[in-house]
Write a protein that binds this ligand. Structure first.
Ligand code: IMP
Length: 177
């Protein structure tokens, strides 16, 4: 079993690069088919989605744009959870079909909040395209139209995803052991 050390933790390979590439291509093909005749704008959520977004966009054959946003965390005063505010959106999405590109949907709270924020700008439509979902951890109802892979409730790194800032540069995805 191929393992890596990231900071103080050991991880074992769980999704090899070839399998990731296959699923990224499948999702891009679905987008190419569903968005034929449209000019979507992809909104990639940094930092985690940077590798997925780069690979996905190179498989998209539609005329399209991409913009990058970040989520700034702060403690919500009236909520129990952490609210992550969308920052850096400097593109007008009014009347545009938007595809959010995310690395992983865990509880789904981040994505639900992001969708609510973007809706205020009246885009024509919003679809979610995520590399990974942990279905057993979802806490909110989310309509995830495009999902490359579903995974169990384990903590993973690689292909853009990090553990405490490290591990993003691995080509394969690794699971904490
Ligand atoms: P959610 O609001 O719980 O869905 O949080 C999603 C965010 O948590 C993702 O964008 C990641 O930044 C982070 N995250 C969730 N699970 C993992 C993981 O297994 N590895 C690395 N980051 C993760």
């Amino acid at each position: 079993m191929q393992t890596i050390q990231v900071k103080d933790k050991q991880f074992a390979v769980s999704i090899p690069a070839a399998q990731i590439a296959e699923q990224v291509k499948r999702v891009a093909d679905e987008i190419n088919r569903d968005y034929a005749g449209k000019h979507p704008i992809f909104l990639a959520v940094l930092n985690g989605s940077f590798i997925f977004a780069a690979d996905l966009l190179r498989e998209v054959t539609l005329p399209c744009e991409i913009s990058f946003v970040k989520l700034a965390s702060y403690q919500g005063v009236n909520t129990t959870g952490e609210i992550r505010e969308v920052i850096g959106l400097n593109t007008d999405i009014t009347g545009r079909p938007v595809i959010i590109v995310e690395d992983i949907v865990d509880t789904g709270l981040t994505m639900a909040h992001m969708i609510d924020t973007l809706k205020k700008q009246n885009p024509a439509s919003i679809d979610v395209c995520t590399l990974l979902v942990k279905p057993d951890k979802l806490q909110v109802h989310l309509d995830i139209r495009y999902c490359a892979m579903q995974i169990p409730n384990d903590f993973i790194v690689g292909y853009g995803l990090d553990y405490d800032g490290f591990g993003r540069n691995s080509k394969d995805i690794y699971t904490l052991i």
